[in-house]
Design a protein around this ligand. Structure first.
Ligand code: GLN
Ligand code: ZN
Length: 740
């Protein structure tokens, strides 16, 4: 018997990022609002049709958005930040909340659980929720005309929604205010003919969810009582359910992740908690690009089927987190390409799994999967790491040697790596990629840009310089293009936030350092100045977290392979005379597993790989790392264990609170204070920067501090960058003078 199939969400971007370009054209004033709405409607309907044509039985409606689905919900509930309050609810208000305007700052943006998608944080602050307009119902009616009964409304549930919000004083009271609104939405859906309604409650896979069990019981009992006709799917993803008690909720069905939450969820299934329930089983990885192992997945499905009332197949989570289709990729190795499944290919996999071995494509897919596993490039060749150093000379000793070598002033100034990627930089790179200019022309251009910025930095009187990263579009893709074991795609884009998309490289085989990655540019920059130029590398954890990783070896092994490759690059830089090398771990914290129980193992692996990369250097070589966030409390021990000579961090937006995490005698290493926020075009005053420098100095010794912006300056414009750095240097000099 063929099983039913469903999806939880579909990518918004479009095969060629049409969605992004439409929205950006609207922002630039190149198309009208009407055109934007018409064209994005066409896209939205084409996505529905595509899923219906693929044979899916239940297709999400309401997952589409013009920026972010959480922001959509906030507007629908009238949860509008106070500073925007006096305006009508229009599309322009919506974009202003998301992006800020000349009068008001944007709402905060936060990572969607452990993904690289960012949502707009709802701001409650006593705003009274009310249903402004049931936008979801409009979308449902529109979808029904095209895909009929297959349309399945999707909405983020009240407990997850409020958990993600800011300005919530009383959690329970806030949820209570929203319940009648949800009730009305559910009522209107069912009246309009909706069958299942997907209610996303991923908060119930996190540790925080454990404290919300009573709330969940009340909320879902309320819905069962007030709208018994609504068939709700209690949908979770990214991990297993946090508690078996949730299985008792009075809902029509449960959506469970059997990829990222396999162990926990399967255990509950085996223990019989779902024996008379409908289970939407997430058996296909919605977050990675690999084709499924159909044989193993089929037996998993049989296993689940035996112990529940009905199984409906779906991906583990929304397909928002993977690229649209592999069909347009023309340069991938055929064996590799056959082993990949982006969103559209995952739809096909679902229908194959639903029918089983009798499906005409089943055998071919199994053969493709096996061919990939058998490919030469898949052979796992793990280097013996036991002979690689993971321990440096004691910090106190090497710090002295480094002080003697660099003779830097108190509070040395530096930047995080990148300088503005001007329109000219982007234009020239494009011309080079298209073949309009030669490799030599491009190289000359990059060198000229490096030289120009070395001069600017010297004129500013910055102490430790950087080359500026003009040759890199992206700090991970750049390394992906040069290391063995990686491939990059042409159109493998994934939404990161708003109209911003990233194109993560794919790690398909053993990672190896096969050519210098950064030596040419760094050494050139160093040749132009007597001040130290800091080499700039991306660390192993960040590379993995911002790539599509292979899953046939352990994460720890993968981290280590990349750590060794970075070690090789560090050696080349060191041999070429580069004395300071920064290894960025911008994504270390975001990769932290959702569950406490899994965090330590991840952090331990991270430390090993970082130390593999950085411990083989000489005592006189100074290792920096950078992390662009401030919440370090939970990972401060790990940060210490990385044993980097200097870590640069964000401190400006957190108003120096961060220093508390470091405020113990056991953080003796160097700390680079991110003294101004680079995410805003605003130029900070010297006074502000002085305050930001002085604040932590009340508690900690000036000797351990460096002064720097809080992240790379790639997205900023040149004049504001130079002005801000001028103030940074002036403020530092002021403080130095004060310290005497
Ligand atoms: N070195 C990188 C840069 O300056 C760091 C970027 C980041 O932390 N995200 O761009
Ligand atoms: Zn950063």
């Amino acid at each position: 018997m063929t099983l039913k199939t469903s999806t939880l969400g579909y990518p918004r971007l479009g095969e060629h990022r049409e969605w992004k370009f439409l929205i950006e054209s609207y922002w630039a004033g190149n198309i009208t609002q009407e055109e934007l709405l018409d064209k994005t409607k066409e896209l939205r309907l084409s996505f529905l049709k595509k899923q219906a044509d693929a044979g899916l039985d239940l297709i999400p409606v309401g997952d589409f958005s013009l920026y972010d689905h959480i922001l959509d919900l906030s507007l629908q509930f009238n949860i509008i930040p106070k500073r925007f309050k006096d305006r009508d609810i229009t599309l322009d208000l919506y974009f202003d909340i998301a992006r800020g305007n000349k009068d008001h700052v944007a709402s905060a943006m936060k990572k969607w659980f452990n993904t690289n998608y960012h949502y707009i944080v709802p701001e409650f602050n006593n705003v009274k929720p009310q249903l402004t307009h049931n936008r979801l119902l409009d979308l449902y009616s529109e979808a029904k005309d095209i895909i009929g009964d297959k349309a399945k409304p999707v909405i983020v549930g009240p407990l997850t929604y409020v958990s993600l919000a800011s300005g919530v004083d009383d959690f329970t009271a806030t949820v209570k205010k929203l319940l009648p609104l949800y009730k009305q939405i559910f009522k209107e859906f069912t009246q309009a003919g909706a069958n299942y309604i997907q209610v996303d409650e991923p908060i119930f896979v996190t540790d925080e969810g454990a404290s919300l069990l009573e709330a969940a019981k009340c909320v879902y009992a309320y819905f069962a009582e007030e709208v018994p006709e609504a068939k709700l799917i209690f949908q979770t993803y990214f991990e297993g359910l946090i508690s078996k008690e949730l299985a008792e909720l009075p809902v029509a069905a449960f959506g469970l992740d059997f990829v990222h939450g396999l162990e926990d969820n399967l255990k509950l299934i085996h223990e019989g908690y779902f024996k008379d329930k409908v289970v939407f089983a997430g058996v296909i990885d919605g977050r990675n690009v690999w084709a499924s192992d159909l044989t193993a997945t089929s037996s998993l499905i049989t296993d689940i089927q035996d112990k529940v009332k009905e199984v409906i197949l779906q991906p583990s989570c929304s397909l928002l987190h993977v690229p649209v289709t592999k069909q347009n990729e023309t340069s991938l190795d055929p064996v590799l390409k056959n082993g990949l499944a982006f969103a559209d290919e995952k739809l096909v996999e679902l229908t194959i799994l639903a029918q089983g071995t009798s499906h005409p494509l089943y055998a071919q897919h199994v053969a493709d999967f096996e061919a990939l596993q058998a490919a030469d490039f898949r052979n796992v060749n793990l280097e013996d790491i036991s002979s690689v150093k993971t321990e440096r000379t004691a910090y106190s000793k090497r710090a002295k040697i480094q002080d003697d070598r660099f003779k830097l002033p108190t509070l040395p100034t530096t930047t995080i790596g990148s300088f503005p990627q001007s329109a000219e930089v982007r234009r020239t790179r494009l011309a080079w990629k298209r073949g309009d200019i030669t490799d030599q022309d491009y190289e000359n251009f990059i060198q000229a840009e490096i030289a120009r910025w070395i001069k600017i930095q010297e004129d500013l009187d910055i102490d430790v310089l950087v080359h500026g990263e003009f040759e890199r579009v992206d700090m991970v893709e750049f390394f992906g293009q040069k290391l063995a074991g990686f491939t990059t795609t042409q159109l493998g884009w994934v939404q990161s936030y708003g109209s911003r998309a990233v194109k993560p490289p794919i790690i398909f085989g053993d990672v190896k350092h096969i050519q210098p990655l950064t030596v040419k540019e760094t050494v050139y920059a160093q040749s132009l100045t007597n001040r130290p130029v800091k080499g700039m590398l991306t660390g192993p954890i960040t590379i993995v977290n911002w790539s599509f990783e292979r899953t046939d070896i352990s994460r720890g092994d993968l981290f280590n392979q990349i750590g060794l490759a970075i070690k090789d690059e560090i050696k080349l830089l060191e041999e070429a005379g580069i004395g300071i090398i920064q290894v960025d771990e911008a994504a270390l914290r975001e990769g932290l597993p959702l569950r406490k129980a899994k965090q330590q193992a991840y952090l331990d692996d991270a430390v090993v790989s970082f130390r593999l990369a950085t411990s083989s250097v000489k005592d006189e070589t100074q290792i920096h790392t950078h992390m662009c966030y401030s919440k370090f409390d939970e990972i401060i021990d790990t940060i210490r264990q990385l044993d980097a000579d200097v870590i640069s961090i964000e401190t400006s937006r957190s108003h120096g609170d961060i220093i508390q995490s470091f405020e113990t005698n056991n953080y003796p290493l160097g700390i680079g204070l991110g003294v101004y926020d680079i995410h805003s075009p605003r130029v900070p005053t010297t006074q502000e920067i002085t305050t930001n420098i002085l604040r932590p100095l009340q508690h900690l010794s000036a000797k351990q501090f460096w002064v720097n912006p809080d992240c790379g300056l790639k997205t900023r414009k040149e004049p504001e960058t130079v002005a801000a750095l001028e103030h940074l240097v002036a403020a530092t000099k002021e403080v130095r003078a004060k310290l005497g």
